[in-house]
Design a protein around this ligand. Structure first.
Ligand SMILES: *[C@@H]1O[C@H](CO)[C@@H](O)[C@H](O)[C@H]1NC(C)=O
Ligand SMILES: *[C@@H]1O[C@H](CO)[C@@H](O)[C@H](O)[C@H]1NC(C)=O
Ligand SMILES: *[C@@H]1O[C@H](CO)[C@@H](O)[C@H](O)[C@H]1NC(C)=O
Length: 430
């Protein structure tokens, strides 16, 4: 009964909203015409059209919000039976493409490892109107769906940022394509992949099995396939099943829910969307899940992204080759209440060692150890020594959880932890 009433009320609100907008737009049009009789009717029609289009997206979003409400309710009812909610769930993969025909390498791997085409539809969103790339994508015919970003207009970029124009286009493309996925196709979650990524054999199962965590745990906002410190000599190759929580948004093959998109789409930035997401006002203390061994690898990108970064770093990240049956594993250790109790406690129980002793192999005992950092300079020194990423975004070190950076070194787990009495990330660390 209550549900029916909610739907009815939502319907009335929607109708009222449409009426107000309609009246407003017509008024604005007449007003503009009276005020400026020289203004072309074309221009006014375009204004009206743009206004209506914007309204269309917003209304779709409103409907989506209502659906989200019902879905959450249904999920809560089902979650007693754990994976029951997974039976019919569709998790699409959204591939971002532009003008690189090497997108085929990405698509070939996705198709090779996709177990179920109904469960995992693949949608390629193409920007840039690059004909060769379009042709390459169309060759996959019904195995994938191709959508194309209609707005190919030039973007006004501040003079200082001219050379970063590509980032503005990417942000616009992301905004458009995610609106399509959540408001047009109506999916409740999406896995995002870019055209320079190839995926691991268990890529799909990893996301399917972690999806319930994302729904259940409000302190999670993404699942990522990427380990920023995933180089061969910094990971435990015997533990492809191992997953962590991280406060650092890794991107590079990641899943978000419609619920998150409903929060982000109204304020989506015009450029640098990934760093924008890492800003405290977006992240709001939420974490992602990341694997010990990456489930994506980038095979290099010429163009927007920094080629140096690829040469120096990205190309050394190891891609997992084994199949881990994630769906059969008990992943509840990753839920915040369990993780903060068990993982964090175990970290601080590890014996504290000096980084030089570890580096020069002077530790007599086996097992995990802990190193500590207090100042930013100290953090940089230690991470450089071990070949870890040494940068920060909004004060968060890559892969960090509560300031703890965990990696594998010479057969043991190492936790690089902040000093006792640490109060949280310092955005001035960069
Ligand atoms: C209303 O008209 C003004 C110009 O007078 C224009 O700048 C504005 O975008 C219009 N608003 C809408 C919603 O069309
Ligand atoms: C959107 O999805 C919901 C369930 O998630 C479904 O009930 C609804 O009918 C769908 N709407 C459209 C327009 O496909
Ligand atoms: C799963 O792991 C949690 C601890 O993280 C434990 O409390 C729970 O009993 C386990 N469930 C099963 C079915 O083994």
């Amino acid at each position: 009964m209550r549900l029916k009433r909610t739907i009815l009320i939502l319907g009335i609100i929607l109708l009222a909203w449409w009426s107000i907008i309609y009246v407003f737009l017509i008024n604005n049009l007449t007003y503009n015409r009276n005020k400026d009789s020289t203004g072309s009717i074309d221009g006014q029609l375009m204004t009206l059209e743009n206004g209506l289009e914007e309204q269309f997206v917003m209304n779709k979003a409103l409907i989506s919000e209502a659906q989200q409400f019902l879905e959450n309710k249904k999920y809560m009812e089902n979650s007693k039976n754990n994976f029951l909610g997974l039976q019919n769930i569709q998790i699409p993969v959204l591939v971002f493409a532009c003008n690189r025909i090497t997108v085929t390498r990405c698509l070939d791997k996705l198709l090779q490892y996709r177990t179920d085409e109904n469960r995992f539809p693949i949608i390629v969103s193409q920007d840039c109107d690059h004909e060769e790339t379009t042709d390459a994508i169309k060759k996959y015919s019904s195995q994938i769906t191709l959508i194309q970003q209609p707005d190919q207009s030039d973007i006004q970029v501040p003079p200082k940022e001219k050379k970063f124009k590509g980032y503005f286009k990417i942000a616009r493309h992301y905004g458009w394509a995610l609106n399509q996925m959540f408001f047009h196709f109506n999916y409740s979650s999406v896995i995002i992949v870019e055209d320079d990524l190839e995926v691991a054999p268990d890529f799909f199962e990893y996301f399917l099995a972690t999806y319930p965590l994302l729904l259940k745990d409000e302190s999670l906002w993404c699942i990522s396939a990427w380990n920023d410190n995933g180089k061969q000599d910094l990971i435990n190759l015997d533990r492809p099943d191992l997953l962590y929580r991280t406060d650092f948004f890794p991107g590079l093959g990641w899943m978000l829910t419609r619920k998150l998109w409903l929060e982000l789409y109204t304020k989506w930035p015009i450029s640098y969307w990934d760093d924008w997401m890492r800003d405290p006002s977006q992240r709001r203390d939420r974490s992602c899940i990341r694997p010990e061994i990456s489930r994506t690898r980038t095979f290099g990108k010429i163009g927007v992204s920094n080629g140096m970064f690829f040469e120096k770093h990205l190309k050394y990240i190891t891609l997992n080759e084994q199949n881990v049956p994630f769906i059969k594993l008990n992943l509840s250790y990753l839920l915040k209440e369990n993780y903060d109790r068990e993982f964090v406690k175990n970290v601080y129980k590890c014996p504290l060692v000096d980084y030089e002793d570890l580096y020069y192999n002077k530790i007599a005992f086996q097992g995990p150890v802990r190193m500590m950092y207090e100042k930013m300079s100290e953090y940089k020194l230690i991470t450089k020594k071990f070949g870890l990423m040494d940068d920060f975004k909004s004060g968060v070190p890559r892969t960090a959880y509560k300031g703890i950076v965990t990696f594998h070194y010479r057969g043991r787990t190492v936790h690089l932890t902040p000093y006792l009495g640490w109060k949280g990330y310092d955005v001035s660390w960069s």
